[in-house]
Design a binder for this molecule. Structure first.
Ligand code: B4P
Length: 191
């Protein structure tokens, strides 16, 4: 691990099903702890907004609830991390969503300190995303896309959580219920 660009930094992966409140809780951690927040979903949506050919392909993948290509996610994440150097820690939200991403990150960027995992039943996730879809304008907040995103999460991303669980690096927070209660439980994981 010696010599990686983010050696010795606090690097926390934030994982959970679509709609589990990753983005919501990360914003609150940032307010309290002053950490950097990097959401691969947000970075990809910024790329889509540029309207490039690449952006169109990314939007199509996201609407289908698919993983976007590995190299694109890694490049966007790495340069966003570089631009936030000096923060006390990094919240890496929505990443790694595949074992391949997890392995590449730890081989080329840095060592994950722990995984913050938001667990929540699928019915609640679906309700939240449908509600957000009423106003978000997101191409993937509709019933069909949500079903695909849940399936992708279970097949590709839960194995990542299990992988980090094997050496005791997963801290789980139940993500049902009141946002304030979840924040309190989330902040305890950083003490
Ligand atoms: P993301 O942007 O990560 O989308 P998400 O999983 O749906 O989470 P999000 O952060 O938006 O929702 P949150 O739980 O905060 O990814 C979108 C797509 O991008 C993926 O499907 C994939 O295609 C692509 N992608 C992203 N990262 C990738 C990667 N690493 N590799 C490959 N592809 C990648 O909140 C959801 C809603 O719930 C909000 O409206 C919120 O207000 C509400 N909410 C939160 N907490 C609540 C609570 N306690 N009670 C009630 N509502 C609550």
């Amino acid at each position: 691990r010696e010599g990686l660009p983010f050696d010795g930094e606090s690097l926390v992966f934030v994982l959970g099903g679509p709609g589990s409140g990753k983005g919501t809780q990360c914003a609150r951690i940032v307010e309290t702890l002053g950490w950097a927040h990097l959401s691969t979903g947000d970075l990809l949506r910024d790329e889509v907004k540029k309207g490039s050919e690449l952006g169109k392909q990314l939007e199509a993948d996201m609407r289908e609830g698919k993983m976007v290509p590995l190299s694109i996610t890694m490049d966007l994440l790495k340069s966003a991390m570089e631009s936030q150097r000096g923060k006390p820690g990094f919240l890496i939200d929505g990443f790694p969503r595949t074992m391949e991403q997890a392995e590449l990150f730890e081989k080329s960027i840095g060592h994950c300190t722990f995984v913050l995992f938001f667990s929540c039943p699928n019915e609640i996730l679906t309700q939240r995303l449908l509600k957000r879809g009423e106003t978000s304008g997101r191409a993937d907040d509709n019933l069909e896309s949500i079903g695909k995103r849940l399936k992708t999460f279970e097949e590709m991303s839960l194995p990542v959580v299990q992988h980090f669980g094997k050496d005791g690096r997963v801290r789980e927070v139940k993500a049902e219920g009141d946002v304030e209660d979840i924040t309190r439980n989330t902040l305890k994981q950083f003490e």
